[in-house]
Every structure is written in C-alpha cells, then in structure tokens.
Design a binder for this molecule. Structure first.
Ligand code: T46
Length: 126
C-alpha cells in the first residue's frame, strides 16, 4: 500500500511561512468540513475506525504524530511532522493516530459533514 502524500506549497518570505489550501486544487475534493485535534494527552492513541465513504486529508500543522493506515492487507505508518505535508485517507482504511507530541495540532479536511453512520468502529466488521 502506498499512501498518497500531498505536498502543500509553502509561500514563505522573510516574514515567515504561509500555506494556502484550496478545494479541488491542493486538496483533491470539495472541502465540506475542517476539524483539528490538539493537546492530545501523553500516550493516548486515537482513531481505531474506518470510514465507508469519507475522504480526508490530515496535516500536522504543529508538532508531530504517526498515522497508521491499514487497508486490511497491509499496514503503513505515515509520520506527520510537517505543515507542508498531508496524507490522503480514503474510505475503507482503518486508521490509528499515535505518538502525538505535546504541541501536535492535527488539522483534517473532509469531503462530508460529520456522520456517525459513516464510521466502522469494529475491526472485525471492517
Ligand atoms: C478520523 C480521525 C483522523 C463531531 O461531533 N464532529 C466531527 O466532525 C468529528 C471529527 C468528531 N465529532 C465528535 C465525535 C466524538 O464524540 O467528536 C468526538 C471525538 O471524535 P472521534 O472519537 O471520532 O475522534 P478520533 O480522533 O478518533 O477520529 C477523528 C475523526 O472522527 C475521524 O473521522 O478519521 O479523526
């Protein structure tokens, strides 16, 4: 399994950095929802589910964490540690986020509004 890594173009100058994110351009879908995960307690892992239809792109805009993706056959760990690098997570992908640094802010773009019925939270059912 080769996860799709998305490189965002840093628009930096001597004042610092800026990244612009555009639906259908840097993100390969229409963005319907944005959420972020921060101040994750030490040693906590999150996720432990797959989605039936949802597409998402996750970027650690501060700090770092690992995104473990499992398609049912292969498992790959994608280190997220750059505000200019995201990972595309499509449907049918079990995900676990771990090794959150204290300062990690994980920003996620999604192509649909929150819908609990889109979650598969039972690994055996997955
Ligand atoms: C995912 C990974 C990367 C909402 O009400 N609206 C939302 O948009 C989201 C994302 C969550 N919630 C509620 C549902 C739960 O009561 O917030 C609570 C925490 O969500 P959850 O336990 O699903 O969080 P994670 O970190 O396990 O998973 C999240 C996303 O839910 C999921 O889609 O792919 O981040």
């Amino acid at each position: 399994m080769n996860p799709t890594i998305i490189d965002f173009k840093p628009l930096g100058d001597d004042r610092g950095h800026l990244v612009a994110v555009e639906s259908g351009n840097s993100i390969p879908f229409d963005i319907q929802r944005v959420y972020y995960i921060y101040e994750t307690a030490e040693g906590v892992d999150r996720g432990f589910h797959a989605h039936k239809a949802l597409n998402q792109v996750a970027v650690a805009i501060s700090g770092s964490c690992d995104m473990v993706l499992d398609d049912g056959k292969d498992k790959v760990t994608v280190p997220l540690n750059s505000p200019t690098e995201g990972v595309l997570i499509g449907p049918g992908m079990w995900r676990v986020m771990s090794n959150f640094s204290k300062d990690c802010v994980l920003l996620v773009f999604a192509d649909a509004h929150y819908d609990e019925s889109d979650y598969i939270r039972d690994y055996d059912a997955f």
